[in-house]
Design a protein around this ligand. Structure first.
Ligand SMILES: [Zn+2]
Length: 145
């Protein structure tokens, strides 16, 4: 959820309180500008200035240009970090390659050949479930049936 406008005075917003060192409800005391407001923590009563997230433009227009690009880059970074983990796991030459079947019992740190999802790496193995890192995403599969 992203806020485009400040919450009205006397309403509560959920935001980080430095004093509590946790996310707390804060009552809005007053608006100090178009993008910031004075708020009071409901737990410790400390006041602070709440500002709308930086990604929002001051005029409340939708994200354009640099801000939109930054958001896109964050999404790409998340995708590429999954890809990095997959590549790193796949580069483990010592891992045994096994073929998936729900009747088999698999161990952690094995490479799994799946007929539909392709090659994956078993990151974790429980009694009846395995967590497998595939190229596109992490999936939980059943085993040991
Ligand atoms: Zn507080």
């Amino acid at each position: 959820m992203t806020m485009n406008t400040l919450p009205p005075v006397a309403k509560s917003i959920f935001t980080f309180c430095k004093k509590c060192d946790a996310d707390r409800y804060h009552v809005v005391l007053a608006h100090t500008s178009a993008t910031s407001a004075k708020v009071k923590c409901e737990i410790c009563n400390s006041t602070k200035t709440f500002s709308l997230p930086k990604a929002q433009s001051k005029t409340g227009k939708p994200l354009t240009g640099a801000a939109a690009k930054k958001r896109e880059q964050t999404a790409n970074a998340r995708r590429s970090s999954h890809r990095n983990e997959y590549d790193m796991l796949m580069s483990d030459e010592s891992a045994k390659v096994v073929s998936y079947s729900m009747k088999e019992k698999f161990e952690k740190n094995q490479k799994l050949k799946h007929p539909k999802f392709g090659m994956g790496f078993i990151r974790d193995a429980l009694n009846d479930k395995i967590e497998v890192v595939f190229e596109d995403e992490i999936r939980t599969l059943v085993h040991n049936r």
